[in-house]
Design a binder for this molecule. Structure first.
Ligand code: TNX
Length: 544
C-alpha cells in the first residue's frame, strides 16, 4: 500500500538537497556526481535462502556464491526514470521492506546512484522473459530486476521478497542480516492465466477481506481473481437498474444460514479492481446464470415464469433455480446486468456461470446461452463460462472453465478442437473448498478430500483427453464459501493449497517435483506466521 509517509521518503534527482539531507542523516557525506559503481563498501552477510527457494519455482537459477547482496541503511531503490509504473512498484517494495528492516529505502527514479541499490527497470529485458517474466541479478553491490512490463517487474519483486530472510515479513523492526543470495534468475510463466476465485454469494466477504486475499495471492504470482458475485443465496454487486438485487437479494438474512449478508457497491468494486491492478491482478466478475439465480428471482417476482417470487434460500442445495428462458424480460435483465458490470470492469473477461442448470432443459439452456454470450461481446468483454457452456458450441473466443472430476469431456474436447481455450479447475484437484481430509472442520467433500500433495501432483495439460498444453489459457483455484465466513476460514482452506496451484500455473512442467515443492512450502510457514495467515499445517509437509 502506498501511504503519504512514502512520499516523504522518496527522493528525486532534481531534489539533491533532499538526497544530501538523507545522506547526512546516515552520517555519510558523499559526492553526488558519482559513477554507477557504488562508492560505498557493500556490507556482507550470509544468505539464509538459496536462489531456488521460491514458490512458484523459477525457470532458471544460476547461483553465484560471491554475489551476496545485503540490505543496509544506505540501500536505495532505484527505478527507471520517467516510469510511473516502475516507481509505483518501487514504492510497494519499499513498503514491504521498511517495517522489518527499519531502513529508509528511498525510491529514486534516476539513471544511477552511488549507493548500494535495488534497481527496478522496465524495458529491454529481452524476449526470453516475455510480457510477464523478469531477470533478477544479485551481485555484492546491487540487485537488478529487469522486465519488459510492470507485471514482470512486480513478479520479480515478489521473488526478491522470498529471497530475503522470513523475518522480512515482520511488522516491527528485526535484528538480522538482510542477505540476498547472489546469482541470476530468469523467470517467466507457463500459462497466461493463473487464477483464484472467491465466492461472495454464499457468505459475503468484505472489501478489507478481499484486499487481504489479493495481498496473499500476489505473492505467488496469481494474476486473475474471479469473483463469484451472485448465486441462489445472495446477490453481491450493485446494479442501478435493478436496485433491490443488493438491498434485498444481498440484504439482511442472505447467505448460507442467513448469516452472510452484504454486497459491493460500484465504488467498492472499483476500489477492489484498482487495489488488485496495483498488484498486477485482474478481476474477473461472474454473474451465474441461467441457474444459481434464486437471490434475483426471490427479489423480483417478474423474473419467474409464473410471476411468483420464490422464498429466499439459505441452504446449500444447487440446481433448482432458473431464469425464465422464454420471457423477453429475462434478456432485458441480463443485458442490464452485463452492461453495468462491463462498465465498471477494466479486465477483458466477464464470466456468465452456466453451471448446474438442472432446472433448465438442454434446449432451453442452448437458447439462453446463444443469446447471452454475444451480449458479453456487445459490451466489449470476452465471455467466459463453466464448462457446460461448451454444450452450445459457442464462438471460439468463449473460454471454458473446466470444473469436472473426470478425465474425459466430449463437449470440452470438441470445443478445444474448434479453438476454444480452457482454464483448468478440476474440482477434485483445484477446489480450495474441499476438505483436506475427513477431519477438516471447514469445507465440503463432494468432489474429494484434497491434501496438499493431491492439489500439487497433477499436470493441467494432461488432465482431460484432448485438452493439452496449447488449449490451456491457464489454471484457477476456486474457493466456494458455503462453509466459510471469515478471512481466517478463507486462509485456512487456501493455505497451503493455493501456492500449489500457483506453481502449476507459473512453473514449467519439467520443474514439477513434489519433494522440492514440499521442502519449499515448509519454508513459507515462518512468513505466514508473521503475516498472520491462518494456514493448515498439513502432516505431509515439514514446517519450519
Ligand atoms: C459446485 S463447481 C458448484 C458450486 C458449489 C460448489 C461447492 C460449480 C461450477 N458449481 O455451486 O458452490 O460445487 O463445492
Amino acid at each position: 500500500m502506498t501511504t503519504d509517509h512514502d512520499e516523504h521518503q522518496e527522493v528525486s534527482v532534481r531534489h539533491r538537497h533532499t538526497l544530501t539531507r538523507l545522506l547526512a542523516a546516515t552520517a555519510l557525506a558523499l559526492p553526488l556526481a558519482l559513477p554507477a559503481t557504488p562508492a560505498v563498501a557493500a556490507p556482507t552477510g550470509t544468505p539464509t535462502r538459496q536462489l531456488d527457494d521460491v514458490i512458484p519455482a523459477p525457470v532458471e537459477t544460476r547461483p553465484d556464491p560471491r554475489g551476496t547482496f545485503t540490505l543496509s541503511p544506505l540501500t536505495v531503490i532505484r527505478t527507471t526514470p520517467h516510469s510511473a509504473a516502475a516507481r509505483q512498484i518501487g514504492r510497494q517494495l519499499a513498503d514491504t521492506l521498511r517495517p522489518a528492516t527499519g531502513y529508509p529505502l528511498p525510491v529514486l527514479p534516476v539513471p544511477a546512484t552511488p549507493l548500494p541499490e535495488i534497481a527496478l527497470l522496465i524495458g529491454g529485458a529481452g524476449s526470453r522473459v516475455g510480457q510477464e517474466g523478469y531477470q533478477l541479478d544479485v551481485t555484492r553491490h546491487r540487485v537488478t530486476i529487469r522486465a519488459n512490463t510492470p507485471a514482470g517487474l512486480f513478479a520479480g519483486t515478489q521473488t526478491l521478497r522470498q529471497l530475503l530472510p522470513a523475518q522480512i515479513e515482520a511488522a516491527q523492526r528485526q535484528r538480522t542480516t538482510w542477505a540476498v543470495p547472489g546469482g541470476r534468475i530468469i523467470d517467466y510463466p507457463r500459462f497466461a492465466y493463473r487464477g483464484a476465485m472467491l465466492d461472495l454469494a454464499r457468505h459475503f466477504h468484505t472489501v478489507p477481506e478481499i484486499k487481504t486475499y489479493i495481498d496473499l495471492l500476489s505473492q505467488y504470482k496469481i494474476n486473475y481473481l474471479h469473483l463469484h458475485l451472485s448465486d441462489d443465496q445472495g446477490w453481491r454487486i450493485q446494479i442501478d437498474s435493478w436496485p433491490r438485487l443488493t438491498t434485498v437479494g444481498g440484504g439482511p438474512g442472505t447467505g448460507v444460514d442467513g448469516v452472510g449478508p452484504g454486497y459491493l457497491t460500484k465504488d467498492d468494486y472499483k476500489a477492489v479492481t484498482a487495489y488488485a491492478a496495483a498488484r498486477q491482478i485482474t478481476i474477473v466478475p461472474e454473474i451465474d446464470m441461467p441457474g444459481h439465480t434464486n437471490a434475483a428471482q426471490s427479489t423480483y417476482a417478474e423474473l419467474n415464469c409464473d410471476g411468483v417470487a420464490p422464498p429466499p434460500r439459505t441452504d446449500i442445495a444447487v440446481g433448482y433455480s432458473s431464469l425464465c428462458i422464454d420471457d423477453e424480460l429475462t434478456y432485458r435483465f441480463v443485458e442490464d446486468v452485463i452492461r453495468e458490470l462491463a462498465e465498471i470492469t477494466p479486465g477483458p473477461y466477464l464470466h456468465v456461470g452456466g453451471d448446474e442448470a438442472h432446472a433448465t432443459t438442454d434446449e432451453e439452456y442452448a437458447t439462453f446461452m446463444r443469446r447471452v454470450l454475444p451480449l458479453v461481446n456487445k459490451y466489449g468483454k470476452r465471455a467466459y463460462g463453466w464448462n457446460e457452456v461448451m454444450q452450445v458450441d459457442p464462438a471460439s473466443d468463449v473460454i471454458a472453465q473446466y470444473w469436472g472430476t473426470g478425465t474425459t469431456n466430449a463437449d470440452l474436447a470438441e470445443a478445444v478442437a474448434r479453438g476454444n481455450k480452457v482454464v483448468m479447475s478440476p474440482a477434485n484437484k483445484a477446489y480450495l473448498d474441499m476438505k483436506y481430509d475427513r477431519n477438516t472442520p471447514l469445507g465440503l467433500s463432494w468432489a474429494a478430500y484434497i491434501e496438499v500433495r493431491d492439489a500439487y501432483d497433477w499436470d493441467p495439460a494432461q488432465r482431460v483427453t484432448g485438452v493439452g498444453e496449447d488449449a490451456l489459457l491457464g489454471v484457477e483455484a476456486p474457493l466456494w464459501s458455503e462453509t466459510l465466513r471469515s478471512i481466517d476460514d478463507i486462509e485456512y482452506m487456501a493455505f497451503p493449497r493455493l501456492p500449489a496451484i500457483a506453481e502449476l500455473g507459473w512453473s514449467t512442467a519439467a520443474s514439477h517435483d513434489w519433494e522440492s515443492f514440499r521442502a519449499r512450502l515448509g519454508e513459507q510457514a515462518p512468513r505466514w506466521r508473521l503475516q498472520q495467515v491462518n494456514y493448515y499445517p498439513s502432516p505431509q509437509v515439514t514446517w519450519s
